[in-house]
Design a protein around this ligand. Sequence first.
Ligand code: GSH
Length: 223
Amino acid sequence: MSRTVYFVSGSPFAWRVMLALGLKGLDYQAKRLVFDEGDTQKPEYLALNPRGKVPTLVDGEVTVYESLAILAFLDRAYPDVPLLGETPADAALVWRRALEIDNYLASALTGAARPIFTQTFAGKEAEINENFAKVRAEIENTAGWLDGNDFMAGSAPTAVDVSLYPPLAMLRRVGPQLAGVPGIEANLPDFETDLPELAAWMKRVEALPGFDAAYPPHWREAA
Ligand SMILES: N[C@@H](CCC(=O)N[C@@H](CS)C(=O)NCC(=O)O)C(=O)O
């Protein structure tokens, strides 16, 4: 049976799905789309995902979009290596934290970073800096989730880990570049020195099966 993930390089929502597939040991074909080429707005892609966003998973006869829905589908379809914990209480914790990532961290990150990367930030500096303050608070909050465990919701990796790693990796990568943007005070932490438990957790995620295959190709190309 064929399994395809449509992704854009660096999309944290697509990256989490690819990490989840790797963690479960599932083979997949990664079909790279390019925003600048209009790939996500082409009729053949809109037929799969009418919102024109990535990711979309096509798994045999099943097509799913919205990354958290994809994780839920994968966990029901392939329950080995659970992404949502073992018990109802585990599942509640995993869902809560995954939703906190999307509703608070990812939304603040988008509000802060998008105007900078699209060069439309002039006049919006105060709002962007407010979003960066929210991003910093959310990062510190997530560091507390470890609570002495190896992963974000206990001793094994879950949907929380695959959802949190991509935005943090993005922040770690862009932080130094933002330092020189006029009027912008991102003040992002240095993970190694300011949040060593989080840095150690990132290394554990980087050692998980399938990590390399999911790594954004344009980051690899730039290295
Ligand atoms: N809630 C969606 C968010 C997906 C999303 O926003 N993807 C971005 C890339 S990171 C996208 O495709 N944006 C294109 C657009 O908004 O036109 C999910 O979890 O899948």
